[in-house]
Design a protein around this ligand. Structure first.
Ligand code: ARG
Length: 462
């Protein structure tokens, strides 16, 4: 049995069993919230004194004590007592130890139910800013690559079959679009979580004359929550955040899948530098894209975090239930994983080179400009369905004779359709196919350059 007295000991005759203390404790992971817990407590004590619920003298002692504790914790000199149930109790107990009875007034008009909601909102608000910064950095890296690879042509794929030539820059910008949407989603998520929960207390609010807008102002929340029951039961912001993190992991994972393929001998499109690859313990020739594979693997783990939180919530009766303590490990894991992956991926990308000659060669094969021939016929007035069939026949015969469009002379083309003219020869070149797609969203060099400029305009402000 532990010596330390529980704050809720009044109701109990027996001490808590040691293994129950261990089982119910969240201190080993929620201690990372200490900064936010103290920040929230300082604001709460300030408000309590402003409202004359506690004296200014007591508030001053509380705040001084909390700042001292924060100082020790920041230095890593604070010794946690594993018998404490969570970070809230650890800090409150220490505070009372340091400043005496004034410390016992801090928890007035507050419950750990609204306190934990506050800590997590403050934590996530700060972490979101950090993740947005990483997403911006990744977009900047993609724009840099899009600029340096502006003349690199690659085969675009559908069904993993060569489809149409595109600029490698267009490919990079496709991911820039995804990461920019992720950034916007985080902004939305932050808006919804940026609401003060403190004051909901256990679930029904308090009879004491608190001023929630004052606390909100002190903690820089633009709004206070509107329903005390919702406030202590709500973990939507965690689910929402992990969903956004999952989607970012999906984007990273898809990018990684391409890089894994591209760095194979079969493709030979990309070369990830030695410093960002690993070797094999048996095969001396191997240089493996392990970072890309691990990111792909870690996407699975963040999805697991999302399912953990959704499953945790689905059957919970209103309002707070202790199950909710299990929300933090998946959240922390998702935060840490997405941050790690975004930052290492951005670095790896900066240390990857792309083989333009190999890509061009691949883009030239596989009849990747067949659609251009069909569009040529459309311009001559042939209905698209018919044009599709004509070009289909040309391709089928070229495949049989192991030839390509480049092997066809004008008279060969004219056997399929009399309206072909000499300019068809240039239409089947990858660079002309690309530059023909000059509408908004297309892969023409001018359009891609324009989108690069738009991205730069947005990103340079960040
Ligand atoms: N450690 C708890 C959690 O993470 C804090 C709230 C505890 N509330 C309670 N009534 N036991 O959810």
């Amino acid at each position: 049995m532990t010596e330390s007295k529980k704050p809720w000991a009044g109701r109990f005759e027996e001490a808590t069993a040691k293994n129950v203390e261990k089982f119910t404790s969240s201190l080993h992971y929620d201690s990372r919230l200490y900064r936010y817990d103290i920040q929230g407590s300082i604001a709460h004590a300030t408000m309590l004194a402003d409202q004359k619920i506690i004296s200014h003298k007591d508030a001053a002692s509380i705040i001084r004590g909390l700042k001292n504790i924060l100082f020790d914790m920041e230095k890593g000199e604070f010794v946690f007592d594993p018998a404490d149930e969570d970070i809230h109790m650890a800090i409150e107990k220490e505070l009372i130890g340091r400043v005496g009875s004034a410390g016992g007034k801090l928890h007035t008009a507050r419950s750990r139910n609204d306190q934990i909601a506050l800590d997590v909102r403050l934590f996530l608000r700060a972490e979101i800013d950090g993740i947005v910064h990483l997403l911006t950095g990744l977009q900047k890296q993609l724009i840099k690559l899009a600029k340096s690879e502006i003349s690199t042509i690659m085969p675009g794929y559908t069904h993993m079959q060569k489809a149409q030539p595109v600029l490698l820059s267009h490919y990079f910008l496709a991911f820039a679009e995804m990461f920019s949407r992720d950034e916007q989603r985080l902004g939305d998520c932050k808006k919804r979580l940026n609401v003060l929960p403190l004051g909901a207390v256990a679930l029904a609010g308090t009879g004491l004359s608190i001023d929630r807008s004052r606390t909100a102002e002190l903690l820089n929340f633009p709004a206070v929550s509107a329903n005390s029951m919702d406030t202590v039961a709500d973990r939507d912001y965690i689910a929402e955040f992990i969903f956004v993190a999952s989607l970012s992991m999906t984007h990273l994972s898809r990018f990684c899948e391409d890089l894994v393929l591209w760095s194979s001998d079969e493709f030979g499109f990309a070369d990830i530098s030695d410093a960002y690859t690993t070797g094999s313990s048996i095969m001396p020739q191997k240089k493996n894209p392990d970072i890309a594979e691990l990111i792909r693997g870690k996407a699975a783990r963040v999805y697991g975090d999302l399912f953990a939180i959704l499953t945790l919530l689905k059957g919970l009766p209103m309002t707070y239930n202790r199950d909710l303590q299990e929300d933090k490990e998946p959240l922390f894991d998702a935060v840490d994983t997405v941050k790690d992956c975004l930052s290492i991926f951005t670095e790896m990308l900066a240390h990857t080179t792309f083989n333009a000659a190999r890509m061009y060669q691949a883009a030239s094969g596989g009849f990747s400009t067949a659609t251009d021939v069909a569009e040529y016929l459309v311009e001559k007035g042939v209905p698209f369905r018919q044009a599709h069939e004509i070009v289909g026949n040309i391709v089928a015969n070229l495949v049989k004779s192991k030839k390509t469009f480049a092997d066809l002379g004008l008279s060969d083309y004219q056997k399929y359709y009399a309206g072909f003219r000499a300019d068809i020869a240039s239409r089947v070149k990858p660079e002309n196919s690309i530059n023909a797609r000059k509408h908004r969203g297309g892969t023409a060099t001018a359009v891609v350059k324009e989108r690069i400029r738009e991205f730069e305009k947005i990103l340079n402000k960040k």
